[in-house]
Ligand binder design. Structure first.
Ligand SMILES: [Zn+2]
Ligand SMILES: [Zn+2]
Length: 146
């Protein structure tokens, strides 16, 4: 498990590598990611199509196996205003492994920033597809809704 840079992109060989990319990206953003969670559908599926709007801070994943849609984190509250765009990997892949990371306020369990990372299992490209200010009390609750 490691990230490799090729051209301007990072490539990973497992979902765990998404966390490294979220850490790397979070440091640049000055809100380090502290806690992570991997998206798993209730059917057990780990591959999703993803639509998001990172201005509104909303993302919806759709399981490629059972087609169940799920609003990630507290996205549901922002869906009405959101203009979701479908994500695609530069290789054309549209099914991703998804891991989110949260940055917390100091000495607190409250969230200040959310990172949404994906890995394309077709080519391995691993990247942050969205990040936004996310004020949520209690990060564990938020991570459960990945
Ligand atoms: Zn499913
Ligand atoms: Zn790809």
């Amino acid at each position: 498990m490691s990230l490799k840079k090729r051209g301007k992109y990072q490539y990973g060989d497992s979902q765990a590598d998404i966390r490294d990319e979220l850490l790397r990206y979070g440091k640049k953003n000055e809100h380090a990611a502290h806690h992570f969670a991997d998206a798993i559908c209730k059917c057990g599926g780990k591959l999703f199509e993803l639509s998001l709007d990172d201005n509104e801070g909303a993302a919806v994943r759709t399981c490629v196996g059972c087609k169940t849609e799920h609003a990630i984190g507290d996205s549901e509250e922002f869906l009405e205003e959101a203009e979701l765009e479908e994500c695609a990997c530069p290789c054309g892949g549209e099914a991703f492994e998804i891991t989110i990371g949260v940055s917390l306020y100091e000495d607190s369990e409250d969230v200040r920033w959310l990172y949404l990372g994906c890995r394309c299992p077709k080519c391995g490209l691993t990247a942050v597809y969205g990040d936004w200010k996310n004020e949520f009390s209690g990060y564990k609750k938020l991570l459960k809704r990945v």
